[in-house]
Design a protein around this ligand. Structure first.
Ligand SMILES: [Fe+2]
Ligand SMILES: [Fe+2]
Length: 169
């Protein structure tokens, strides 16, 4: 493959990642609004923080696209899924993270084969972050399994009380 074509392919892969990250930003903010509305503060906050992380991913990808002389296609890869149930939400998010890890591994490999180590490194950094995101959602799924879905509401009650958790205060 000619150098020009290799660059173009990297831009394509990076833009596919931008589209996925934008979809995640939209989806996680949607989840944030609804979980917050349901009074599930800590979980709502987890989604907000994660959405901000995904936005930073868009930025890292965009910088690389511009460096390669491409244009950033700011189009989300998917419509927002209108889920409201906390357990369904967390399972959906874990699935999205799992899918991202799979996709970025393939992209990293292809960039490496095309002698684009710079883009490969970005994908590898993202893989680390997405695995971290997967882990945090998986922990919530685990806790729901162990303590039941009500644990999410109880977690909220604790955090809503000023000074909660400080023994003997
Ligand atoms: Fe991401
Ligand atoms: Fe993520």
């Amino acid at each position: 493959m000619a150098k020009k074509d290799r660059k173009a392919r990297s831009v394509e892969l990076l833009n596919a990642a931008v589209a996925d990250e934008l979809a995640a930003v939209h989806q996680y903010m949607f989840f944030h609004f609804h979980l917050d509305d349901q009074g599930l503060g800590p979980l709502a906050m987890l989604f907000k923080q994660t959405a901000i992380g995904e936005m930073r991913h868009v930025e890292a990808l965009a910088e690389r696209i511009l460096f390669l002389g491409g244009e950033v296609e700011m189009v989300a890869s998917a419509e927002v899924q209108k889920l409201h149930d906390a357990e369904e939400i967390v399972k959906c998010a874990a699935g999205m993270e799992d899918g991202a890890v799979e996709m970025y591994n393939q992209s990293a490999r292809e960039c490496s084969e095309n002698n684009d180590a710079g883009s490969k490194e970005i994908f590898e950094a993202l893989i680390g972050d997405e695995e971290g995101h997967f882990d945090q959602f998986d922990t919530v799924i685990d806790n729901i399994r162990r303590f039941g879905p009500n644990y999410l509401a109880l977690q909220t009650m604790g955090s809503a009380e000023p000074g909660a958790g400080s023994a003997g205060a």
